[in-house]
Ligand binder design. Structure first.
Ligand SMILES: CCCCCCCC/C=C\CCCCCCCC(=O)SCCNC(=O)CCNC(=O)[C@H](O)C(C)(C)COP(=O)(O)OP(=O)(O)OC[C@H]1O[C@@H](n2cnc3c(N)ncnc32)[C@H](O)[C@@H]1OP(=O)(O)O
Ligand SMILES: NC(=O)C1=CN([C@@H]2O[C@H](COP(=O)(O)OP(=O)(O)OC[C@H]3O[C@@H](n4cnc5c(N)ncnc54)[C@H](OP(=O)(O)O)[C@@H]3O)[C@@H](O)[C@H]2O)C=CC1
Length: 521
């Protein structure tokens, strides 16, 4: 039977969301590990004043592609951008491009989505559900299609505690919802959104569940596979450890903690932190494409792509837990971020009130002092604004860090069993081998190198800055204690008496110590 690379040789692959975090890693891995692949048709839209062509050539210059560039400097010739805006009718693909695609595409990977938790329902529905439906229609016209792989999320059914590798009945029939929202204006939709999403936390998970159902509806007509990754983090091994390029999910939290801004967050210490490295997800995705095409399963297979049931890691192991310093903080102390606001020291608690207390003491109070300092020195205050944004982001993430889910992963194991030994190495998704402390360390370094673009040679200066911050804190604390004590002594006879008592005790102890040391000489 053909190996994975042999299967993709000579194939034309279409990818949506190729400019995104996971899409880029997918493009890179396909080019590097399946060098005989014929062409990658990537659906891209112009954005932020940049043309489609410009965006694609910028993407290919990115460090992620260094290894591919080394192997084949002309790799860009295999990438064929197709102009497409997924929220438009017919995905805004020109009729000529439609013809081109339907004539040659063998495999489709659908990665595009809005992953924002605060996306208005109508837009999330347009992109995550309606665009998926349109893509399925396009796929049906493809003459040589062998696999259609849809990227979903392990949290599409986060209203359940145990999630099997099946498509659950949707909360509502997607077509009915689309029809009824069509005539409503934004404000009405906003009003009824909480009622519609019910026990799901946001429009993202809700629309991803509807998308899964829409995909499943086509399983008799198309060769379908659905991948459900949990919280996708930096790469584990490939193309190099720790590669990450965004603030989503834990990355933003790690950076905020590393910069010493985030000091407290609500999470259940004992709950599983179901992180999954991006390269693992992509390896599984490519293997699922191969399996769907070669084995043609009768129904759409769902692959829960998670770590919790196989190699669990807990939120408590990430932050500072029971005064034992854990991975993220110790990593950022060894390799500090530049210009930290305070020394990295974040605490995780599941208690709402304790969290609120620390927000007041460790977030709002220092922000107030710092802004006061900025104001007094004639600058624009900014810290409170940064904290308000951080609190908004964190409040959207806490749902996921405060609960536990169980995902079954039989299809992931089955797929691993189907791979030839060499494929198991090249497309490794065996998370039993994942060493969490090492992974988190590389993740933190990755945020520094690839998200913040900081130079590793500046680490000594960053360490010096942390030492300076520690000295400022010691000085501030000492001054505070002396000040409070002075106020006490001045106002209360009792405080004075205690003070004299402590001083005389120290004095007695010192004279006793001196006497006993002269005796022993
Ligand atoms: C001490 C250690 C403790 C550890 C605890 C770890 C906790 C982690 C916990 C739980 C993770 C659970 C995750 C569940 C996952 C589910 C899985 C999936 O399937 S999907 C993927 C997830 N999707 C998201 O993560 C989207 C979340 N993001 C959003 O929804 C929005 O970005 C939001 C509401 C948070 C902010 O929206 P705006 O409108 O205020 O800002 P905007 O436009 O997005 O960004 C403005 C600027 O700020 C940066 N930014 C965005 N988020 C940031 C952040 N968290 N921290 C710092 N900067 C951030 C951006 O890069 C951007 O920068 P520029 O202007 O382009 O230069
Ligand atoms: N990141 C995570 O933690 C997880 C992600 N997933 C799923 O993985 C997939 C990829 O996520 P990720 O890479 O992180 O997301 P990104 O936000 O990084 O990428 C989204 C991609 O979709 C494209 N896109 C968005 N809107 C449109 C549009 N209107 N027309 C054309 N293209 C559009 C974006 O293009 P552009 O560059 O033009 O904006 C981008 O390429 C998603 O389906 C997501 O649900 C699942 C679990 C976890």
């Amino acid at each position: 039977m053909a190996s994975i690379a042999e299967y993709y040789a000579g194939k034309s692959v279409m990818i949506t969301g190729a400019t995104g975090f996971m899409g880029k890693v997918l493009v890179e891995k396909l080019l590097r590990s399946c060098p005989e692949v014929k062409a990658l048709y990537i659906l891209v839209r112009p954005k932020a004043g940049q043309s489609m062509q410009q965006r694609v050539s910028d993407m290919m210059k990115c460090k992620l592609f260094d290894r591919v560039r080394e192997d084949d400097p002309d790799f860009h010739q295999k990438i064929i951008p197709i102009s497409s805006e997924l929220t438009q009718p017919s995905l805004a693909i020109s009729p000529e491009d439609v013809q081109r695609l339907t004539a040659c595409i063998n495999v489709v990977f659908h990665c595009a989505a809005t992953i924002r938790f605060d996306e208005p329902l109508k837009h999330a529905l347009q992109l995550n559900v309606m665009a998926t439906q349109q893509l399925l229609s396009l796929a049906q016209q493809m003459h040589h299609l062998e696999a259609f792989i849809h990227i979903s999320t392990a949290y599409a059914n986060c209203n359940r505690k145990h999630i099997d590798e099946v498509i659950y009945p949707p909360p509502v029939e997607p077509r009915k919802l689309i029809e009824s929202l069509e005539w409503m204006d934004e404000s009405i939709v906003l009003d009824i959104t909480p009622r519609l999403i019910g026990d799901r936390p946001n429009t993202y998970t809700y629309t991803k569940a509807l998308a899964e159902y829409s995909v499943q509806q086509e399983q008799d007509r198309l060769p379908i596979g659905i991948i459900r990754p949990s919280i996708v983090g930096a790469s584990w091994q490939e193309p190099f450890p720790g590669w990450i390029d965004n603030f989503n999910g834990p990355s933003g939290v790690f950076i905020a903690a590393g910069k010493g801004i985030l000091r407290t967050m609500r999470a259940n210490n004992d709950a599983v932190a179901d992180l999954i490295p991006v390269d693992v997800v992509i390896n599984l995705t490519l293997a699922a494409g191969w399996y769907t095409a070669v084995h043609r399963p009768k129904t759409a297979l769902v692959y829960n792509c998670t770590t919790g049931g196989i190699n669990p890691f807990h939120w408590g192991e990430i932050g500072t837990y029971s005064h034992i310093e854990h991975h993220v903080m110790s990593s950022f102390k060894r390799n500090p971020l530049e210009q930290a606001f305070r020394r990295p020291n974040a605490n995780i608690t599941s208690n709402y009130l304790i969290n609120q207390y620390w927000i007041l003491v460790s977030h709002k109070f220092p922000a107030f002092i710092y802004d006061l300092f900025l104001r007094l020195s004639g600058q624009k205050p900014q810290m409170m604004r940064i904290f308000n944004r951080l609190h908004k982001a964190i409040s959207l993430l806490e749902y996921f860090s405060s609960q536990d889910w169980e995902w079954s992963s039989e299809n992931m194991s089955m797929l691993m069993g189907q791979l030839a030994p060499d494929d198991r190495k090249t497309f490794n998704f065996d998370v039993r081998q994942l060493n969490w402390p090492e992974y988190i360390d590389n993740y933190c370094i990755g945020t520094k190198k690839y998200v913040l673009n900081e130079d590793m040679s500046d680490i000594p200066a960053a360490r010096q800055h942390l030492r300076k911050l520690r000295n400022i804190r010691y000085t501030f604390n000492t001054l505070l204690v002396v000040f409070i004590w002075r106020v006490f002594i001045a106002r209360s006879q009792m405080a004075r008496n205690i003070w004299y008592f402590v001083v005389s005790l120290c004095f007695k102890f010192l004279s006793y110590f001196r006497a006993s040391s002269t005796l022993t000489k």
